[in-house]
Write a protein that binds this ligand. Structure first.
Ligand SMILES: Nc1ncnc2c1ncn2[C@@H]1O[C@H](COP(=O)(O)OP(=O)(O)OP(=O)(O)O)[C@@H](O)[C@H]1O
Length: 257
């Protein structure tokens, strides 16, 4: 699904990505972790074809970037990034925002068929927002907006879901609801790559973790092999303990001394 080989990205003498290799196979759901500024969002931009590496190769869903029309590949990628909400029109009804996901339109100007409207309503139902369908998008709570984006993304039947901190700013209740929705939708996609700062968001649906530090991937593999106190300490430079409860990791910070 994703094959990154020896990706280097240089900007003004600085190497921001320094030889990144990452392979995500069909059926795997990955979380990408690492400190602020280590290069996570930059890596997602490479995968979605908005940035090109200085050197190295990017293969997404069997397409080598540089040899294909990235716009065609992007149609198969559901992408929930932090900037999308600002681009949508707050007064548009939620269901119309969801319809826009079919073609990645920010706004629909043509007549929408009853069939497509029904699909959008079904997607909203799946994330528990059926009763909000007619409400202006701008009146939704932060958590509801994120779930609406999830419904919007699923309208295009993506093969790969990419999410950059989708739970940022959500309270405990909203976060858990969002992760529940993701759990049920995850069965409809072949691969997931999810960036977060919060290890407790690594709910059972996720299978693998990649840890980044200073432009490199310092560990990658099945989540229990990577989410160890030693590797997390290397990535975050904070001594921590990891406790697993029902296949979900929880972190406590250790006092040094
Ligand atoms: N266009 C650019 N030109 C120069 N430097 C850039 C550019 N884009 C990103 N950077 C730098 O690259 C580094 C990695 O940024 P990136 O946004 O990928 O980090 P991140 O891991 O996603 O961080 P955060 O967790 O804070 O969102 C940062 O130091 C940033 O300043």
């Amino acid at each position: 699904m994703i094959e990154l080989k020896n990706i280097v990205w240089r900007r003004e003498e600085r190497e921001i990505l320094r030889g990144v290799d990452l392979t995500v196979k069909a059926g795997e759901r990955w979380v990408l972790l690492g400190r602020n500024g280590c290069g996570k969002s930059t890596l997602l931009e490479m995968i979605t074809g908005y940035l090109f590496p200085t050197s190295g190769t990017v293969d997404i869903l069997g397409n080598r970037y540089g040899r294909v029309d990235v716009r065609e590949v992007r149609k198969k990628i559901g992408n929930i990034g932090p900037s999308l909400i600002e681009k949508l029109i707050p007064r548009d009804p939620v269901w119309e925002i969801v319809v826009g996901g079919m073609n990645a339109y920010l706004r629909i100007y043509e007549e929408i068929s009853e069939e497509i409207k029904a699909r959008a309503l079904a997607e909203l139902d799946r994330v528990g927002l059926g009763s909000r369908a007619g409400q202006p998008f701008g009146t939704l709570s932060q958590g509801e907006r994120k779930k609406a984006l999830l419904a919007r993304t699923m309208m295009a039947d993506p093969q790969l879901l990419i999410m950059d901190e989708p739970c940022a700013g959500l309270d405990l209740f909203e976060r858990e609801k969002f992760l529940d929705s993701l759990e049920s939708l995850s069965k409809r996609v072949e691969g997931i790559l999810y960036v977060t700062h919060h290890i407790e968001e690594i709910v059972p649906l996720f299978t693998h973790v990649a840890l980044m530090a200073e432009g490199r991937i310092i560990a990658a593999g099945p989540k229990r092999e990577v989410l160890t106190a030693e590797l997390l300490r290397d990535a975050y430079e904070v001594p921590v303990n990891v406790r697993w409860v029902e296949d979900r990791p929880w972190i406590t910070v250790e006092k040094e001394g």
